[in-house]
Write a protein that binds this ligand. Structure first.
Ligand SMILES: [Zn+2]
Length: 280
């Protein structure tokens, strides 16, 4: 193929050698330029991690029912999505509750409660055992400074630790809020907060009786308490009113010892003299 001319053969060899040298040079250059990015290899495909093996992260599941079933073809949330929604709801309710932001409530736990103050033992024991007790209502009655709000908040923390939803509301503020959201020109979905108050695992109504008694507030409170009473939903009420001073349709439910425990803390010394926490 090179013919017979030795000079031509030499020329061809020199040319081939030169080409090889150039190729090597180019290759080394390319290597130096892209040490980390090897352009000849396909980038590794990202391995998609699946968080939920039940729904493959689709978040919904189709009902596994026969064709004639009313749920046939319908979807439901997967447990993973339900867990996420519940966590969101929990955080939202906590935000509304001010337990984590109001200075006097932040440190209110059973550990920080002074159980040695005179007369608090019954209330402390009732609050600590409330979650496992047969009653769904706990009424802590007493003057300011007896420690009733502290105990209610400490109980709320116990529920939160057990993954329950909790809403703590000071009754006069709660009614102001509802009044504003029920107003005809309000943008807020009024029923949302009221529905949450009705459905939450533990509702704390702090300072019942301090509100301005109007027909409207009386009706709203009754609806709320009555719903929770009928549905056996855990509710703690702190108040400085005796049952006799309350509206009859509310007190009649709170008197029912099968469903409700009433603890009178009137004889408790001012809790704030004993504790470092300033909650009443
Ligand atoms: Zn899932």
């Amino acid at each position: 193929m090179f013919g017979e001319d030795p000079d031509h053969i030499k020329y061809e060899i020199a040319k081939a050698y030169e080409e090889l040298r150039k190729k090597r040079k180019d290759r080394d250059k390319a290597k130096d330029n892209g040490k980390d990015k090897d352009t000849h290899k396909e980038p590794p495909r990202p391995v998609k991690e699946v968080n939920c093996t039940i729904c493959n992260d689709a978040l919904y599941l189709r009902y596994d029912v026969p064709v004639w079933h009313s749920n046939f073809g319908k979807t439901k949330f997967c447990a993973c999505k339900e867990k996420e929604l519940r966590e969101q709801q929990k955080q939202y309710l906590l935000k509304l509750s001010c337990i984590g932001t109001t200075a006097q409530l932040i440190n209110a736990t059973f550990d920080s409660f002074n159980g040695l103050a005179n007369g608090v033992q019954e209330a402390l024991e009732a609050a600590q055992k409330f979650q496992s007790s047969k009653q769904n209502f706990l009424v802590l009655k007493g003057h300011n400074g007896c420690g009733k709000t502290h105990l209610a908040v400490a109980t709320a923390r116990q529920y939160l630790e057990n993954d329950k939803t909790v809403l703590f509301q000071v009754v006069p503020d709660l009614l102001d809020h509802l009044r504003a959201t029920f107003a005809p020109n309000s943008d807020t979905r009024y029923d949302k907060l009221f529905t949450m108050m009705k459905e939450v695992d533990l509702l704390i109504l702090d300072d019942l009786g301090a509100q301005n008694p109007t027909a409207w507030t009386g009706e709203k409170l009754f609806q709320l308490i009555n719903h929770r009473y009928n549905n056996l939903l855990d509710t703690i009420i702190t108040t400085n009113l005796s049952l006799d001073d309350m509206e009859n349709r509310i007190s009649s439910r709170l008197r029912d010892s099968h469903y409700s425990r009433y603890v009178n803390m009137d004889h408790v010394d001012d809790y704030r003299y004993y504790a470092s926490v300033d909650a009443d």
